[in-house]
Ligand binder design. Structure first.
Ligand code: A3P
Length: 287
């Protein structure tokens, strides 16, 4: 992999929109407030779906906001130059997003009551989703094959570093009251229950018909058609022909991509890296 990405503390970041100075400032100086709601994920785990749900919960299902403001402005990524700039004018209570690993997350969070929703996804599906995303975006080295991307992924040599370390480190927070762990698989299986769980976590009481609207406007179909959420507003110089952000939106797509040998190679490393973690934390282990 040629080095056209930014390195910070052993983690790869895209060259565009990031800087070591900002990453350092976010970790050391960004002030997390008790009223903040933060969506945190490893990339390709359902981040944007979750943001859409949170926005719609806050607007009680009214789609005006999600249909008029780009998703990256509604819940800015604090570690990006664009998102960090926007944060300066965000009014309380704030909502924002991050893919940062735990050790690079703002230190002030750890003494705050800010609410974090952390969404995990089967890393095999994360890998496939990341492979297509990286192949069509001009933000990082393009993999030539899935095999090559798998090698990078298993080494943690991809944007935002190792999935295994991200998930292990963030899950160490799972007993905290202000930390909610969700999974993409649960969201797919029973979206309504998970939306209700998020409402409860955020202290928002929605009527059943308002929940219906949250479900409707955050569905794959509606998000795919909503240009504020489907990434069609990204500048052309960042994407290549055939880029589709809302690609498939299903569980288990990896089964159509991994060979038997690749699945075995992945399993071996997964077992080593996730040893000691109760399988019940990971819904995909039951699929
Ligand atoms: P696929 O590439 O497998 O389709 P992130 O937002 O973290 O980058 O994750 C992107 C993944 O979430 C993509 O997965 C995308 O299709 C999926 N996704 C986005 N919105 C969704 C929705 N409303 N329902 C189901 N999946 C969704």
């Amino acid at each position: 992999m040629s080095d056209n990405t930014l390195w910070f503390e052993g983690i790869r970041f895209p060259m565009v929109g990031f800087s070591p100075e900002l990453l350092r400032e976010v970790r050391d100086k960004f002030l997390v407030k008790d009223e903040d709601t933060i969506t945190v994920t490893y990339p390709k785990s359902g981040t944007n779906w979750l943001i859409e749900i949170v926005c719609l919960i806050l607007s009680k299902g009214d789609p005006k906001w999600v249909q008029s403001v780009p998703i990256w402005d509604r819940s800015p990524w604090i570690e990006t130059q664009h998102g960090n700039e926007l944060m300066k004018s965000q009014k309380d209570p704030r909502i924002y997003t991050s893919h940062l690993p735990l050790h690079l997350f703002p230190k002030s969070f750890f003494s705050s009551k800010a609410k974090v929703i952390y969404c995990i996804r089967n890393p095999r599906d994360v890998l496939v989703s990341g492979y297509y995303f990286t192949s069509k975006m001009k933000i990082a080295e393009k993999p030539e094959t899935l095999q090559q991307y798998m090698k990078w992924f298993l080494q943690g040599n991809v944007i935002y570093g190792s999935w295994f370390e991200h998930v292990r480190d963030w899950l160490s927070m799972r007993e905290k009251e202000n930390f909610l762990v969700l999974s993409y698989e649960e969201l797919i299986k029973d979206t309504r229950s998970i939306v209700e769980k998020i409402c409860q976590f955020l202290g928002k009481k929605l009527k059943p018909e308002e929940i219906d609207l949250v479900l409707k406007y955050s569905s794959f179909k509606f998000m795919k058609e909503n240009e504020m959420s489907n990434y069609s507003l990204l500048p052309n110089d960042l994407t290549t022909e055939g880029f589709t952000f809302l690609r498939k939106g299903v569980v288990g797509d990896w089964k159509h991509h991994f060979t038997v040998a690749q699945a075995e190679e992945f399993d071996k490393i997964y077992q080593e890296k996730m040893a000691g973690y109760p399988p019940k934390l990971f819904p995909w282990e039951e699929c």
